[in-house]
Ligand binder design. Structure first.
Ligand SMILES: Nc1ncnc2c1ncn2[C@@H]1O[C@H](COP(=O)(O)OP(=O)(O)OP(=O)(O)O)[C@@H](O)[C@H]1O
Ligand SMILES: [Mg+2]
Length: 237
C-alpha cells in the first residue's frame, strides 16, 4: 500500500468531522472516495496532505503512512516533497500568469529524480493547454482551468496525485476528456486518489472505491461491483 490511513480522526477546532477512518491505496491503482455533500471527502484529502494543521485551527489524530513515512504532524510542504501532489477543490490557478507560467512554477523533479512530466509531456496529455499556453489563467474556460490544475500537479512528478472533485461544474464533454486523462495517468504509473460527487465518472476511472457518510467509511469494495442497494442508500438523491 502506498498510503494507509489508520483510525484517523480529524477536527476543525471543536468540530469533529472525520471518525476512525481507515483507508488504503495500492501503489499504481486509482481509488475514489464517494459520498454526498458535506460528508467529509475534502476533509479526508486535506488530512492526508497536511492542510489541517493546528496553525489553521485543524487537528488530525491517528496514523497516515505514505511510502513508509508518517504524515500526521508533518507540514504540507514536506508532504509535497515526499511525492504527494494535491489538486484542491475549486480551481486554484494564478489568474495573472499565463498557462505556461502556471505550469513552469510548479515544475520539479520527483523524489526518485524522475522528470517524466515536463512542459512537452504535459502538453501532449493536454493539447488544449498547448493551444492556450500564452493565455492568462483568468482567460481560460472552466474546463481549461481544471486541466491546468491537474497538469500543474503532474509537473511536480508526483508518486501520488490527489484530486478533489475535478469534474465539478464541468460540461459532460469535458468530463469525458477527463476520463481519458485519468486513465492515461494510470498508464504512467501515477497512483490516483479521487474525491467525487460524480459517481459515474469516479467509478469509470477507479478500481477501488470508498463510500463515506458522516465522516466515516460505510462501504468499500471494487468499483466494478458495488451493490445497487449501497448506491441507493448512500449515493442516491
Ligand atoms: N474550515 C472548516 N471549519 C469548520 N468546519 C468545516 C470546515 N470545512 C468544512 N467543514 C465542515 O466539515 C464537514 C465536511 O466538509 P467537507 O468539505 O470535508 O465535505 P465534502 O464531502 O468535501 O463536501 P462537498 O461534496 O460539498 O465538497 C461539513 O460539515 C463542513 O461544514
Ligand atoms: Mg469537498
Amino acid at each position: 500500500m502506498i498510503v494507509e490511513l489508520k483510525d484517523v480522526n480529524s477536527f476543525y477546532g471543536e468540530s469533529h468531522i472525520i471518525f476512525d477512518m481507515n483507508l488504503a491505496v495500492e501503489e499504481g491503482s486509482s481509488v475514489c472516495i464517494l459520498g454526498r455533500n458535506g460528508v467529509g471527502k475534502s476533509t479526508t484529502m486535506k488530512s492526508i496532505v497536511g492542510l489541517l494543521n493546528p496553525k489553521k485551527g485543524g487537528n488530525v489524530k491517528g496514523s497516515i503512512i505514505f511510502d513508509g513515512k508518517e504524515l500526521v504532524g508533518m507540514p504540507s510542504y514536506k508532504i509535497a516533497r515526499l511525492g504527494m501532489a494535491y489538486v484542491p477543490q475549486g480551481r486554484h490557478i494564478f489568474p495573472t500568469l499565463t498557462t505556461k507560467e502556471n505550469l513552469l512554477i510548479a515544475e520539479r523533479r520527483g523524489v526518485d529524480g524522475s522528470q517524466y512530466w515536463n512542459l512537452d509531456t504535459v502538453y501532449e496529455l493536454f493539447p488544449r493547454l498547448k493551444e492556450r499556453e500564452n493565455s492568462l489563467g483568468s482567460k481560460l474556460s472552466g474546463g481549461e482551468q481544471q486541466m491546468l490544475t491537474i497538469a500543474r500537479g503532474l509537473m511536480q512528478n508526483p508518486k501520488m496525485l490527489l484530486m478533489d472533485e475535478i469534474t465539478e461544474g464541468l460540461a459532460p464533454v469535458i468530463v469525458k476528456e477527463l476520463v481519458d486523462i485519468v486513465r492515461k495517468l494510470q498508464e504512467s504509473d501515477v497512483t490516483v486518489l479521487l474525491a467525487e460527487q460524480s459517481v459515474k465518472f469516479a467509478l469509470n476511472v477507479s478500481q477501488y472505491c470508498y463510500i463515506i457518510e458522516k465522516g466515516t467509511v460505510v462501504y468499500h469494495g471494487k468499483s466494478a461491483s458495488i451493490p445497487e442497494k449501497i448506491f441507493e442508500q448512500y449515493l442516491g438523491t
